[in-house]
Design a protein around this ligand. Structure first.
Ligand code: PXL
Length: 287
C-alpha cells in the first residue's frame, strides 16, 4: 500500500492559451487524486492549432538532468505519461526516462497530428522516432491520424469495419503496448467511437459517442489523462475508456452549445468536479 497518492511524471508541453497538454492534464489528474510531476517539453504561448505567431521555447535540455536529479533524490513514479515532444533528441531522452522506471505504468500518447495532417512542429523523422517511444509503452492512445502514421498506412476518412478496426488495434499492440486505445474512430455503422484492445485478455472494446461537428484541440489530452487517472485508480480498460468518453461528451456538448471559437478548446472547468464522483458507467460494448 502506498502511503501517498499515486505519482505520475507528465512529459508534455505547457501551452498557455487553448486548453491542451499540461494545462488540462494537471487539473484532471489532480481532481482524480493523482499527484502530477510536470516535466515540460516546451513552453508555448498558445497551442499550434490555428493561432499565428506562436511563441515556442524548446526545453530539450531539461529532461535528462531532471532525471539525474530524481535518481539522486530517489524520487520514484508509479506512472510515466508522455505526449507532445519538441525534438528528436527529446524523444530519445523520454525513452531513457521511461526505461529508468521499469515498474511504472508507461502511457504514451503519440501526439503527432490530427485530421490526416501532422502538427506544424512535427517532421517525418520525429514521427519515425515516436515509434521507438511507443515500443516502450504499456498503453498508447493514438487518434486515427496517429494510428495511420504508426502503422505506415495512408490516412483515409472511409469508415472502418469492425474487422479492420480489430486488425489495426492488434497491429499497434504488436509494436509493444499491451493496451491500445484509438480515439475518434468512425465505424461502418456510421457511429463515432473510442476503441480499445487489451492483449492480456485478448478483448476488444468500443465506447460509442455522439458526433459534434467541431474539432477542439486538446480533446486527446483530456481523454488520455482521464484514462490514466481512471486506470491508476483501479478501473478496467473499458470502464476507464467509458469514463473518459462520458466526460468529453459532456464537456464538448456544453462548449459547442455556446458557439465558442474552437481554437479556445473545451470548456472543461464547469464539469471538472464530475471526475471526483462515482457515476454508473455502462456504455462500453464488445467490438
Ligand atoms: O493537444 C495536442 C497538442 C499538444 N501540444 C501542442 C499542440 C497540440 C495540438 O495542436 O499544438 C503544442
Amino acid at each position: 500500500m502506498l502511503n501517498r497518492p499515486c505519482r505520475t511524471a507528465a512529459i508534455h508541453d505547457l501551452s498557455g492559451f487553448g486548453r491542451c497538454s499540461l494545462s488540462v492534464i494537471l487539473p484532471v489528474l489532480s481532481v482524480m487524486g493523482i499527484q502530477v510531476v510536470p516535466l515540460p517539453t516546451a513552453v508555448l504561448s498558445t497551442h499550434t492549432g490555428g493561432f499565428q505567431d506562436v511563441v515556442l521555447r524548446d526545453l530539450s535540455d531539461f529532461l535528462e538532468p531532471s532525471l539525474a536529479q530524481y535518481q539522486k533524490e530517489s524520487i520514484d513514479f508509479e506512472c510515466v505519461y508522455t505526449g507532445f515532444m519538441s525534438s528528436e533528441s527529446q524523444i530519445d531522452h523520454a525513452c531513457l526516462f521511461v526505461k529508468s522506471f521499469p515498474k511504472a505504468l508507461i502511457v504514451v500518447d503519440p501526439v503527432m497530428g490530427d485530421q490526416g495532417k501532422r502538427y506544424r512542429t512535427y517532421s517525418a523523422s520525429m514521427c519515425a522516432r515516436m515509434k521507438d517511444l511507443v515500443r516502450t509503452a504499456n498503453i498508447i492512445t493514438p487518434n486515427v491520424t496517429e494510428a495511420s502514421i504508426l502503422l505506415d498506412e495512408p490516412y483515409s476518412t472511409v469508415p472502418w469495419t469492425s474487422q479492420q478496426c480489430r486488425t489495426k488495434l492488434l497491429k499497434l499492440s504488436e509494436l509493444g503496448p499491451e493496451m491500445v486505445v484509438i480515439t475518434g474512430v468512425q465505424l461502418a455503422d456510421l457511429t463515432m467511437n473510442n476503441v480499445g484492445y487489451d492483449r492480456r485478455t485478448n478483448s476488444f472494446w468500443r465506447v460509442p459517442c455522439s458526433y459534434v461537428p467541431v474539432n477542439y484541440p486538446g480533446t486527446g489530452d483530456l481523454f488520455c489523462s482521464i484514462l490514466v487517472g481512471a486506470y491508476l485508480n483501479g478501473d478496467s480498460l473499458p470502464i476507464a475508456m467509458d469514463r473518459a468518453t462520458c466526460f468529453l461528451e459532456m464537456a464538448i456538448k456544453r462548449t459547442f452549445s455556446y458557439g465558442t471559437d474552437p481554437r479556445y478548446g473545451v470548456s472543461f472547468e464547469p464539469v471538472l468536479a464530475w471526475l471526483s464522483e462515482e457515476p454508473y458507467l455502462d456504455h462500453y460494448e464488445s467490438l
